[in-house]
Design a binder for this molecule. Structure first.
Ligand SMILES: [Zn+2]
Length: 142
């Protein structure tokens, strides 16, 4: 049911390219949560509660961006897919609960550079929102 896009560049994509790609997943995830709630289902509030394993990408080699439904099927996710799950739900839930249907666009995924052995471009994905920046991989099993 999902749709995958493989991007195989000769160089490493920059932070802004990746953040834009992740934003597509966050937007799709917000819609996905909305559809699940409309269907009377209650997807896990976060991937820690869903007992999904946090599996970091191989630094600088590949970046997988996986939508919320597929992450729950895969039972593992790397940080950007975890952050996209969390940001998508946060974006959608207030408008679901108050009946306005509005998305809270203050929630988004940001990439922060990591120090990593001889890899120049390696990021960790965090969720930025009105209450600050959070790392939704914290507490997930490895
Ligand atoms: Zn939870």
């Amino acid at each position: 049911m999902g749709y995958g896009v493989a991007f195989r560049a000769d160089n490493r994509p920059n932070k802004y390219f990746l953040e834009a790609a992740i934003e597509e997943v966050v937007a799709a995830n917000a819609d996905w949560f909305w559809r699940e709630w409309q269907a009377g289902r209650e997807p896990p509030c976060c991937l820690e509660c869903a007992d999904i394993r946090y599996q970091p990408d191989r630094p600088g080699v590949v970046t997988e961006l996986v939508g919320a439904g597929q992450v729950l099927e895969d039972e593992y996710a790397s940080c950007q897919s975890v952050a996209a799950y969390y940001a998508g739900r946060e974006r959608a839930i207030a408008g679901w609960n108050d009946g306005s249907g509005k998305y809270d666009m203050r929630y988004r995924v940001v990439l922060v550079p990591q120090r990593h052995t001889n890899v120049s471009s390696y990021f960790h994905a965090l969720v930025e929102g009105p209450n600050g920046t959070q790392d939704p991989t914290k507490g997930m099993r490895r």
